[in-house]
Design a protein around this ligand. Structure first.
Ligand SMILES: [Zn+2]
Length: 289
């Protein structure tokens, strides 16, 4: 049994904020990688206890979030994808199930910790009008490919996000964000520093809960039916509302395809500069009200 594990740094217990912890010149970057890798190992151990044998760990963090020397040797590791590869390796061989470790909530999530989608410039991402963070965006693809998501770990707000997309999903909360202002009106740099307040479990306790959660997730997945999203009807359109950035005004980035989520992700990006109409709810999200 082979399991795909998508990973990210910002949803890990002990990872406190973005600048010092998640950038490769940050002073605690190596510590953050260690924390994430140990949480991934905890998930792998739980899955092995429940009968899984093979793993592909996908490094979803831009700078790289895994310390391969510390990673459980049962796992293969993938990072850096060729241009046009739009599946983060979900299409690399056959997977029985998929899991997410260290994931953060989507941009603008009240009560989330280090909430963002892709980068701090994105105010909202949506597929066919359904707001999705990094998790939901990839879950739609996994669903199209027939791969069930069975486990997701991160802050409490992320767990709520994951559960609302996939009822019945096993989730493990390792911290609780305490910023309640979504911060959609903030500049990119201000937003990066905005939602960094949280109450964290100890890394050891987080790993224990993740190990137990992974074991439970795989055990339940063999008996219960959960983990595939309700896909919107095609054609598919993915939009990202972007903050003003340098010379660029607020803008919308779009990708589309008549019938396939995977091909939509591979399609060329078109950019629309948003007209500034303060009454438009999409604009209000960018500039604040
Ligand atoms: Zn991320």
């Amino acid at each position: 049994m082979r399991i795909y594990i998508m990973t990210d740094l910002e949803g890990v217990a002990g990872v406190q904020q973005s600048l010092d912890w998640c950038y490769n010149n940050g002073r605690y970057y190596n510590k953050a990688k260690e924390f994430l890798t140990m949480e991934v190992n905890a998930a792998i151990e739980g899955f092995i206890e429940a009968g899984a044998t093979e793993f592909l760990v996908a490094d979803g963090d831009g700078a790289g979030g895994i310390d391969q020397l510390l990673l459980n040797p049962a796992a293969e590791y993938v990072c850096n994808w060729p241009a046009g590869e739009a599946s983060f390796s979900l299409t690399d061989g056959k997977f029985d199930f998929a899991a997410w470790v260290g994931q953060h909530p989507m941009a603008g999530t009240a009560g989330g910790h280090i909430s963002h989608t892709g980068n701090m410039g994105v105010v909202e991402q949506a597929v066919n009008g359904i707001p999705v963070g990094e998790f939901g965006d990839l879950v739609f693809l996994a669903t199209e490919l027939g791969i069930r998501a069975i486990l997701a770990t991160g802050c409490e707000a992320f767990c709520r996000e994951a559960q609302s997309l996939l009822p019945g999903l096993e989730t493990v909360a390792v911290k609780k964000g305490t910023q309640t202002d979504p911060g959609n009106y903030l500049s990119k740099d201000a937003y990066r520093k905005h939602n960094i307040s949280a109450i964290h479990l100890s890394p050891e306790e987080a790993r224990k809960r993740i190990r137990e959660g992974a074991k439970r997730a795989l055990g339940r997945a063999k008996k219960e039916d959960f983990g595939l999203a309700k896909l919107p009807a095609p054609p598919y359109v993915r939009t990202r509302i972007m903050r003003a950035d340098g010379e660029n005004p607020p803008r919308i980035i779009k990708q589309s395809h008549p019938s396939s989520i995977l091909e939509m992700r591979r399609s060329a990006i078109s950019v629309e500069v948003m007209p500034i109409n303060p009454a438009d709810p999409a604009i209000r999200k960018v500039i604040g009200s």
